[in-house]
Design a protein around this ligand. Structure first.
Ligand SMILES: [Mg+2]
Length: 274
């Protein structure tokens, strides 16, 4: 019988006692803040495979409510392909950044993606796919602007994967390795979630607002650092050493906090109406 694997302990993250869970103290002003959130591990629980996540109708309703409450200044900032986020969040009208910023969608319109050496990327993908066939403990996730090697059920293979990717892209001028939870990704060097947020904040509905960014993974740390530098607010979902200012336990507690923000605003409006 397969044992249930605790994702965070597998990754080796330890609780950081210097950052207590005190998200409840943070209140959002819908008029002044732009809300930017990661997807996997932040809004939805991480699943054994990228394709087995679960998005509920209540999750979608929450995002729709927040999108209206923040005057459109709500964005999903994910490492996944843009089309996958659009598929999972089919009712969402807000901005979506996919591929760590390589792809962007605003007002239901997909903007031109970044320039990328697709010939070189295809060579890299072929090599990774072969590696995953030879060692089936590794699951290769083909992305439009990169490729990910997942080893969620087999943490013992990380060193081998890291060595392989290191050799594959050694001295590469355009692509680099990025570590994530139980995965290693190859992506263009000039894309990051920090760059994605910087670009999104130039849109009219976001510009001038205070940034609030929430994420769970090591790939979110560069965005935490950038947002902190802009005087924004950063929220880490889950355990692990982080540059974020606030922490909450898991996607469920994060969404509970988001719902409380929405409900308190509704309550205030109702009181004003009376
Ligand atoms: Mg994530």
């Amino acid at each position: 019988m397969q044992q249930h694997l605790d994702y965070y302990s597998l990754v080796g993250f330890k609780p950081d006692s210097t950052l207590p869970d005190e998200l409840d103290r943070l209140g959002l002003s819908a008029q002044q803040t732009a809300l930017l959130v990661d997807f996997d591990g932040t809004l939805v629980d991480i699943a054994p495979t990228p394709g087995s996540i679960r998005v509920t109708s209540s999750d979608k309703a929450l995002l729709d409510q927040l999108h209206a409450r923040h005057g459109g200044a709500l964005a999903i900032v994910s490492g996944r392909n843009l089309e996958e986020i659009v598929h999972y969040l089919d009712t969402f009208k807000g901005t979506i950044s996919g591929g760590h910023g390589a792809e962007l969608r605003r007002n239901a319109r997909t903007l031109p993606g970044i320039d990328c050496n697709f010939d070189r990327l295809e060579h890299i993908k072929s090599a990774v796919m072969e590696f995953a066939v030879i060692d089936p403990r590794v699951i290769a996730e083909d992305k439009r602007f990169g490729i990910v090697l997942h080893f969620r059920q087999h943490p013992e293979v990380e060193g081998k994967v890291r060595d392989f990717v290191g050799c594959l892209i050694e001295d590469d001028e355009e692509f680099e390795m990025q570590s994530a939870k139980m995965a290693i990704e190859i992506k263009p060097k000039d894309v990051s979630k920090a760059r994605a947020i910087e670009r999104i904040m130039q849109f009219d509905e976001f510009r001038g607002r205070d940034i609030v960014f929430a994420g769970d993974d090591t790939t979110d740390e560069v965005a935490f650092a950038w947002v902190n530098g802009q005087g924004g607010t950063t929220i880490k979902v889950g355990e692990g050493v982080t540059a974020a200012q606030y922490r909450t336990a898991n996607p469920a507690s994060f969404k509970k906090w988001l719902r409380a923000q929405f409900n308190s605003a509704q309550l205030k409006l109702a009181r004003q109406g009376n």
